[in-house]
Design a protein around this ligand. Structure first.
Ligand code: MN
Length: 465
């Protein structure tokens, strides 16, 4: 990554950067954790990060919205905005093993008999959330078979002083847990709060099982990530994180969890879910607690960028015509994918649609456009659909496919329809038919040189003779 200049290995250096550049709002102390904190964070989301000192009488400060802009994320990783997805692709292709150290800031203070609600300022975000949720915790587990770690984010309901309810979807954390659950084995877990922007982003990488996502964080930072062994397990956690919760996912235990406000702007429902028993909490001196407000920009962006990188890598493997992909904001940065292609062979846009719909079950609608259409601009993409798409010829429909369970329009199993829109100019079309209008010289006009700022309308257009 030749463009890389800045490396923020921890949360604090990034917060410093935001503060120095007027992008960190410091709120009054004593803000209510019940809705008020999330309300303020949502109002500032995308413009400024929110730092809440001593909310509701807690000593710990809360931070939110620290990477709620694509450009900020690029800046935190030291790359140009246009290079963000490529930098992530590079990091996934060239992971850097972590470096184990003996003593770490994240273990400066140790609570052996923790009461989570007392130690941590855990907010309640959306109206119908079942209660306080830990929403920005990196869940780190270790495969019982291979010993390789996994990192992911799960919504964690505060269910008791030492108990969390977790939504663990069928991916790697669940696979590790199920390797031992039938024999009654719990799975050690560490929940890391206040990790670096790189680690947060790395946790969302779509990579195979037995791929420690922390090694992506190292690659994004251009140096091995320093990790420390947990107090009560063999899990290695980022040494410079703010807070670490150590515990176990309990074999055979399920308890009600939810509802919780999710990225599609609807609630994930209440159901019997996994239970985490907490043994120990460690943290830095004067730690900062990070929360992600459900459905906010930070929530959307953290999922989108790693997915874009994975989907782009997948598509480019089969289709050299694919230039770029984008998960649009209106599509909750999960469901709507725009794909830009250049010089496709006849019919190839359809193959790209089929592959894109197969690249992640969340993807519901795919629009493929030509290289002259800015896929980051939804109006331009809509224009391409309006002027280059005919449903009888350009629509791809797949019904009864696996979709997102959080999309309320799918059935109870998350099954629904997928559509692809080939909004490219047909390769055989007459050139003139698709020649876009332009006025020669328009972009070269210097308005200051041609506007007469002194002239009055009434001097030019006069009544009578
Ligand atoms: Mn994984």
């Amino acid at each position: 990554m030749p463009n890389q200049q800045r490396r923020d290995h921890d949360l604090r250096s990034w917060l410093n950067r935001l503060s120095e550049t007027g992008r960190l709002a410091i709120l009054k102390s004593g803000v209510d954790l019940h809705f008020e904190l999330a309300a303020i964070a949502n109002r500032l989301d995308g413009n400024r990060a929110s730092l809440f000192p001593k909310p509701a009488g807690h000593d710990m400060s809360v931070i939110s919205g620290l990477i709620s802009d694509r450009a900020w994320m690029a800046e935190a990783l030291g790359v140009e905005k246009s290079e963000l997805v490529h930098a992530f692709q590079d990091a996934v292709a060239n992971p850097l093993p972590s470096k184990l150290i003996e003593t770490a800031p994240c273990q400066e203070i140790v609570h052996d008999d923790p009461d989570l609600g007392e130690i941590l300022p855990i907010p309640t975000h959306n109206e119908l959330d079942s209660g306080p949720y830990i929403a920005a915790g990196l869940a780190i587990t270790r495969s019982p078979q291979t010993g390789v770690q996994n990192v992911s984010i799960h919504r964690l309901q505060l269910s008791g002083p030492k108990e969390l309810g977790a939504l663990i979807l069928p991916r790697h954390t669940l696979a590790f847990f199920e390797m031992g659950e039938a024999e009654g084995k719990d799975l050690d877990i560490a929940i890391v709060i206040g990790a670096s922007p790189a680690a947060l982003l790395a946790s969302q990488a779509v990579v195979p099982i037995n791929f420690d996502e922390l090694e992506i964080a190292g690659a994004l930072g251009c140096a091995p990530l320093e990790v420390v062994r947990c107090m009560g397990s063999d899990i290695h956690v980022p040494a410079h994180a703010e807070i670490v919760i150590e515990g176990k996912i309990v074999a055979g235990a399920r308890a009600p969890e939810g509802p919780f406000g999710e990225f599609p702007q609807y609630y994930g429902e209440r159901a019997e879910r996994h239970v985490i028993h907490v043994n120990t909490v460690t943290h830095r001196k004067n730690p900062i607690y990070h929360t992600i407000v459900g459905g906010g920009l930070e929530h959307l962006l953290l999922g989108a960028i790693p997915r874009e990188a994975t989907i782009l890598t997948t598509l480019q493997r089969s289709f050299p015509c694919v230039r770029d992909v984008h998960l649009s904001m209106g599509g909750t940065m999960r469901y709507h994918l725009n794909v830009q292609i250049e010089n496709p062979k006849i019919g190839e846009a359809k193959n790209v649609i089929a592959a894109a719909l197969g690249s992640h079950y969340d993807i519901k609608h795919v629009v493929v456009v030509d290289a002259d259409v800015d896929i980051y601009d939804s109006e331009k993409v809509e224009w391409a659909v309006a002027t280059r798409f005919q449903a009888d010829r350009d629509l791809v429909a797949i019904h009864n496919a696996q979709g997102s369970k959080l999309d309320p329009s799918t059935d109870d199993d998350g099954v629904g329809s997928k559509l692809g829109f080939d909004a490219t100019v047909p390769p055989a079309a007459p050139v003139f038919k698709y020649t876009t209008i332009r006025v020669p010289g328009e972009e070269d006009v210097e308005l200051d040189a041609v506007i007469n700022a002194e002239a009055q309308f009434s001097d030019i257009v006069t009544d009578g003779d």
